[in-house]
Ligand binder design. Structure first.
Ligand code: CP
Ligand code: NVA
Length: 307
């Protein structure tokens, strides 16, 4: 292994609050440049390896297009077609891949697997979603909030639904971006207790979704059954039936509250069509910002001097 450990992005806690705030500012600038058709290609000759063990639309497109726009290249690596899927040890795969590409993103199941890969990688590794976290989505969400409403510091965010990977990343975001998070989830679907406890009094859990949404500046939800939980769909539909974001819930939030969802969404389940298609729903900007915020992340991990 290399003596110099590369900088990874396995969770939001891998960057300091200041680095994250700077990254969001940079994402906004990169977006402006892209919309103005300014060519900015500092990653010439750089290659991103993209390992996907789960499906993806946004993450794959945003990383691939982002690398191309920055002057580099991205390789889509599916376990179906690589030796990873045939049982080549994760440590060996990490050592081999990281001798040929400059940066790697992984979407997989266990966070532990991602961490093991990163431990043996000579190059930065990005968490592109695990069962535990989805930090790249939070970069886009924070950028979107800042663009629409300014700083999120001191604001109140309501998380409605499952205590899942997105919820865990929102808990970490509450620590890093300094906002209050009210989490409403049914019994048995709480977020991980260690992650929650580490956030101290910035986060609270309630069984009452209307109480969580009351006076919130941002209301966020996600699917009831995440990737890998397809067999629990019916049981989860029952458990989560009172946890739908609808117009009544948005009406109890602050008058200028925004609605976000990482997508893909199920209209009529976790969110009503009226809410997701309303003007205060910013889900399309949120999806687009995956591109800009990840470009800022790629620049940070590949070009930043502060290691
Ligand atoms: N939000 C998100 O990560 O979408 P994909 O699963 O389509 O990448
Ligand atoms: N919680 C969802 C997020 C999808 C982007 C999942 O893990 O499937």
């Amino acid at each position: 292994m290399n003596d110099t450990q590369p900088r990874h992005f396995l969770s939001l806690l891998d960057l300091s609050s200041q680095e994250l705030t700077d990254l969001i500012d940079r994402a906004i600038e990169l977006k402006r440049m892209t919309h103005a058709s300014e060519i900015h290609a500092p990653l010439k000759q750089k290659n991103l390896g993209m390992v996907f063990e789960k499906s993806s639309t946004r993450t794959r497109i945003s990383f691939e297009v982002g690398m191309t726009q920055l002057g580099g290249h991205a390789l889509f690596l599916s376990p179906r077609d690589t030796q990873l899927g045939r049982g080549e040890p994760i440590e060996d795969s990490a050592r081999v891949m990281s001798r040929m590409v400059d940066i790697i993103m992984i979407r997989t199941f266990e966070q532990e697997k991602l961490e093991r890969f990163a431990e043996y990688s000579q190059v930065p590794v990005i968490n592109a979603l695990t069962d535990l976290y989805h930090p790249c989505q939070l970069l886009a969400d924070m950028q979107t909030y800042v663009e629409h409403r300014g700083s999120i510091q001191g604001k109140t965010v309501a998380w409605i639904g499952d205590g899942n990977n997105m919820c865990h990343s929102y808990i970490n975001a509450a620590r890093q971006f300094d906002f209050q998070l009210s989490i409403a989830c049914p019994e048995g679907y709480d977020p991980d207790n260690q992650i929650l406890t580490a956030a101290g009094d910035r986060c609270r859990v309630t069984r009452d979704p209307m109480a969580a949404a009351k006076a919130a500046d941002l209301v966020v939800t996600d699917v009831w059954a995440s990737m890998g939980q397809e067999e629990e769909q019916q049981q989860r539909e029952k458990a989560f039936s009172d946890f739908k974001v609808d117009e009544a819930m948005m009406a109890i939030a602050n008058p200028d509250a925004l609605f976000m969802h990482c997508l893909p969404a199920h209209r009529g389940e976790e969110v009503s069509a009226a809410v997701i298609d309303a003007p205060d729903s910013v889900v399309w900007d949120e999806a687009e910002n995956r591109l800009h915020s990840q470009k800022a992340l790629l620049e940070f991990l590949l070009l930043s001097k502060q290691k």
